[in-house]
Design a protein around this ligand. Structure first.
Ligand code: AMP
Ligand code: MG
Length: 304
């Protein structure tokens, strides 16, 4: 079933039931080399899927990170328990695990009595769903149930931090920022670059993509190009010089990047449904959550 989390809607299955997990891959048309994130109801349940040398049975750095960021949009990659099916981890010796911040997600995991493996509830490669109707529109015929928890408050997929790497490596930027993680761990962190060999599709150059071509502008938008047909604009706060667009989405009318993140995927879906020939996107400053927003925009953008 699909369920709300604070990041995006997930498509969940009992993480210990390979047949259920296989259905998730089938419904999403997701390649089996792409591992799923396992969701647990509390930090004390991490040991059900991960193992490590600390006294709690996991890496000693998990506790301070859990204390600060869980429940919340941070996924930790840790050595796995052998009982986790290979399909969940894509055969890796690590597992991605997090405690979601959305109360409905935690209630669901508790009711299920098992860790829940869940990718985003969208066809593979497309923009992640941030509302129940996004899930219904694309997967409604194929899944048993969608739990509607309203729009996702964060709106971007979780930050992924690998503690299995030395030094720890940020595999995907998200709402928990590099600065926050560095402060919590007391060490500088590496961020996986786009040129590095991809570990999973979450890190592929093109993913989270619309069907309509999208180009990222160098700065605030001006008039729409006259020679391209119907052009849409994805604006951050809106610019008085922007004119002539067939559709305009303003992501952060309040000027807050957190609002831009929360609105991004729904706006991309509306523009993708508007019969446009091209979408132009304004860039945002790349600090804090702005780094995660630009990361998703770049992966959505068409090669020039
Ligand atoms: P989602 O994009 O929401 O479907 O989350 C799945 C993504 O989490 C994958 O595409 C990977 O980028 C990442 N992930 C999950 N498990 C692992 C793992 N064990 N090692 C590295 N990345 C992982
Ligand atoms: Mg996804």
């Amino acid at each position: 079933m699909a369920f709300p989390t604070e990041t995006v809607y997930g498509l969940g299955a009992d993480a210990f039931n390979p047949a259920a997990v296989a259905r998730v891959f089938e419904v999403k048309a997701r390649p089996s080399f792409d591992p799923l994130i396992v969701h647990v109801a509390g930090a004390d349940e991490v040991v059900r899927v991960a193992r490590g040398k600390g006294t709690a049975g996991v890496d000693p750095r998990v506790a301070p990170l859990a204390e600060r960021f869980w429940p919340g949009p941070l996924t930790l990659v840790l050595p796995r328990q052998p009982a986790v099916p290979d399909l969940v981890t894509a055969g890796l010796d690590t597992v991605g695990v997090r405690v979601p911040g959305h109360p409905a997600a935690r209630a669901l995991i508790r009711a299920a009595g098992t860790p829940v493996a869940a990718p985003s509830a969208n066809p593979f490669g497309y923009v992640s769903p941030t509302q129940a109707d996004h899930v219904l529109a694309q997967l409604g015929e194929k899944i048993d149930l969608v739990l509607d928890g309203g729009p996702c408050p964060v709106g971007l997929e979780s930050t992924i931090l690998s503690l299995a790497a030395d030094p720890p490596l940020i595999l995907r930027p998200g709402a928990v920022t590099r600065e926050q993680l560095e402060a919590a761990l007391g060490t500088p962190l590496e961020v996986a670059g786009p040129t590095e060999r991809p570990r999973a599709p979450g890190q592929l150059p093109r993913h989270y993509a619309t069907r309509t071509p999208l180009h990222i502008l160098d700065g605030p938008a001006g008039p729409a190009p006259a020679d391209v047909g119907r052009v849409g604009l994805l604006a951050i706060i809106g610019s008085p010089r922007a004119s002539g667009y067939a559709a305009v989405e303003i992501l952060a009318p309040d000027g807050e990047l957190a609002s831009a993140a929360a609105n991004l995927f729904a706006a991309l879906r509306r523009l993708d449904a508007a019969g446009l020939d091209l979408v132009l996107a304004e860039p945002c400053p790349e600090d804090g959550i702005g780094r995660a927003i630009m990361d998703r925009l770049r992966r959505c953008a068409s090669p020039r």
